[in-house]
Design a protein around this ligand. Sequence first.
Ligand code: APR
Ligand code: ZN
Ligand code: ZN
Length: 361
Amino acid sequence: MAQEVRGVIAPGKDEPVRIETIVVPDPGPGEAVVRVQACGVCHTDLHYKQGGINDDFPFLLGHEAAGVVESVGDDVTDVQPGDFVILNWRAVCGHCRACLRGRPWYCFDTHNATQKMTLTDGTELSPALGIGAFAEKTLVAAGQCTKVDPAVAPEVAGLLGCGVMAGIGAAINTGNVGRGDSVAVIGCGGVGDAAIAGSRLAGAAKIIAVDIDDRKLETARSMGATHTVNSRTTDPVEAIRDLTGGFGADVVIEAVGRPETYKQAFYARDLAGTVVLVGVPTPDMKIELPLLDVFGRGGALKSSWYGDCLPSRDFPMLIDLHLQGRLDLGAFVTETIALDEVEKAFERMHRGDVLRSVVVL
Ligand code: APR
Ligand code: ZN
Ligand code: ZN
């Protein structure tokens, strides 16, 4: 029996979001219905609403979520009703070339639910990133559910579902930050701050936070930055070199997604250092670099999708570290809000007032 719940949809390009009744089918083979307890508000939700991702309106927004599995389809064995889970948008297939090569974080064929959630008139919804969790319940592929220790608060756990995982993973998975490394992070929003927290966790000796907003630099310090640079007033490349004995940082993480900040990252790293691009550019952006510098400076220029995470490996580990007091994931939750406050949260996010607003259900 399908059930009806409340959910936040983006009805059309640039139209305000609104609460609608959502029809959630019973889980079929390989699917699970999850009772959502918390879901963070992410830039990607806003991009969906603005029509910046695709035109498949109406969208069921929300994708940084945690909750409890309510029911599962016939052949589902990895999770069962009652499990506390974080939802992920990369349920790896296990069969594609990347998975078979032992690099499942590059999986080309990640899973979502097969059945569609709809409005009561039958209109099919497009769930954001295949999740759609600004809703009391949502239907996902069972592989999108990763079981973690239920002792963690849902509003904290859900954040690993997207931005915070992307940032931590950019440091520890993609950038391979290690003990004693120097790291610079350009852009200290939720993603950049998570990269800072990840770098601290990995034992980085020096963590330089760069932003154009002093408020952000202050928060970055509380997340583990040892030095801060306001790049509106100071040349960040010079400053990072000065702070690293003239060399540049071992790893520079770009968490803005713009050509000028990428260029800063490129030149702020030490010879043979690593640049990690975790900020997401728009299709019109281009970058020009002297090819001789790309060659001559050596090292690695990498991008980080979702922090190159493997949910089954990384989510439970990071939640355990949080519960042990070694990683303060709670610091990313600026405020908890109700389902009908998503539009307001978008405005606050746009003004840069919050790291994360989290809808609690
Ligand atoms: N130089 C330095 N910092 C900048 C610049 C700049 N030119 N422009 C913006 N910033 C800072 C902002 O002040 C802000 O602190 O970058 C930060 C961006 O943070 P958020 O807007 O909160 O975005 P966040 O959620 O952290 O995501 C960052 O990663 O996943 C992607 O799509 C996401 O591209 C976005 C990026
Ligand atoms: Zn695969
Ligand atoms: Zn997101």
